[in-house]
Design a protein around this ligand. Structure first.
Ligand SMILES: NC(=O)c1ccc[n+]([C@@H]2O[C@H](COP(=O)([O-])OP(=O)(O)OC[C@H]3O[C@@H](n4cnc5c(N)ncnc54)[C@H](OP(=O)(O)O)[C@@H]3O)[C@@H](O)[C@H]2O)c1
Length: 340
């Protein structure tokens, strides 16, 4: 794992802006690296010199054309970046060249420069490296939104996290611990479980070798767990649902397996369980102020040392296909960033 060390370079001193372009839908190997003139900010915008761009599972879905939103071709993928402000547009107040920011750009993040609406910028706390900041928003906001706003997690409850070595999984462990829960991390390998323990997990289950339901119930003292965090889907959903105790809540976050499970409703009825959908992205777009407050809360917890995002694995921009392949083929632990 490489630590990100890169000096800020103002616009104009580099040859040109570089960006990854998707010209046809398909595997990441079809992406190309292009050069373009340096960006200049419109009124109300700043240009960010990107030091790290978060790579998320959903980016691969955009590129494959299998996400519900299909941007017109060609487009530059990448929804979150961190870096320094390199140019400030007319009418922008409160921001200056050199400020360290993170920004949720929707698309366009896999690039050395991003033009950003100044109203959407967030200052990066000193406690976070630029790599941690670039990979923070989606994973930690999803985790905090799920556990605090959807499941109303209470201190002392037990949380079972599936895909615990992945981006959402590690963030969910960290957030659940910060909220006072006991965490059972479940993943497919001892390496990923070691990452989960480093993130604070109290117990582990290797679901490639052990019965998820039996082990989770055993660890929870026979009564079952209070909350399941599921970004994985597929065959794990059924045993995970059955591992829930009285008033247990099942958080449906994603389907990394690509398989959308069907849950037996009798198992929801039993023990007064609840199945809760989590669509942080849509919620964030509809409730912008609340989402900004959620991100501010998560960053404040990180700045106070109560959240501990792991340093992401960094790939150079031109190795975007490797980064996406490694992520979607379960070869990486935690988060991934591209370094332009
Ligand atoms: N609902 C929301 O608001 C929201 C927000 C963010 C992300 N998501 C979704 O949540 C899911 C996970 O995101 P993430 O960032 O945590 O991804 P990630 O870092 O790639 O982690 C996903 C984990 O899923 C497990 N997995 C099991 N089968 C898999 C397969 N066939 N392919 C890939 N992974 C597999 C892997 O763990 P093991 O190898 O240990 O099984 C992997 O670590 C994605 O579908 C993403 O789109 C949803």
């Amino acid at each position: 794992m490489r630590r990100l060390v890169r000096r800020w370079m103002p616009i104009g001193k580099d040859a040109a802006m570089r960006k990854i372009v998707c010209t046809e839908l398909g595997p990441p190997s079809g992406l190309s690296l292009e050069e373009a003139p340096d960006l200049a900010p419109w009124p109300g915008q700043v240009v960010i010199e990107v030091e790290a761009a978060g790579v998320n599972f959903v980016d691969a879905l955009f590129i494959a054309g299998s996400y519900q939103i299909k941007p017109p071709l060609p487009f530059t993928p990448g929804s979150e970046v961190a870096g320094r402000i390199a140019a400030v547009g007319e009418g922008v107040e409160g921001w200056a060249e050199g400020d360290r920011v993170l920004y949720s750009c929707g698309l366009g993040g896999y690039a050395s420069q991003v033009a950003a609406n100044a109203l959407g910028l967030t200052r990066v706390p000193d406690a976070l490296t630029t790599g941690q900041a670039a990979a923070f928003g989606q994973s930690y906001c999803t985790a905090l939104f799920s556990l605090r706003e959807r499941a109303h997690l209470r201190p002392g409850e037990t949380v079972l996290v599936l895909g615990a070595g992945g981006g959402v999984g590690l963030a969910a462990i960290d957030v659940a611990k910060a909220l006072g829960a006991t965490v059972i991390a479940a993943a497919s390998s001892s390496d990923k479980l070691a990452s989960a323990v480093a993130a604070g997990a109290d117990h582990t289950i290797d679901y490639s070798a052990e019965s998820l339901k039996d082990r989770a119930r055993e660890i929870a003292g026979g009564t079952g767990v209070d909350v399941v965090v599921d970004p994985v889907g597929g065959d794990l959903a059924d045993p995970a649902l059955r591992s829930l105790g009285l008033f247990g809540r099942y958080l449906v976050i994603g389907f990394a397996t690509g398989d959308i499970p069907r849950l037996p409703l009798n198992q929801v009825l039993l023990r007064n369980r609840s199945v809760l959908g989590v669509d942080w992205g849509a919620w964030g777009m509809q409730f912008g102020a609340e989402n900004a407050a959620l991100l501010a809360d998560a960053l404040a917890l990180a700045a106070d040392g109560r959240l501990h995002p792991a340093e992401p694995t960094a790939y150079p921009l031109d190795r975007v296909a490797d980064a996406l392949d490694d992520l979607t083929n379960r070869r990486v632990h935690g988060k991934v960033v591209l370094v332009p």
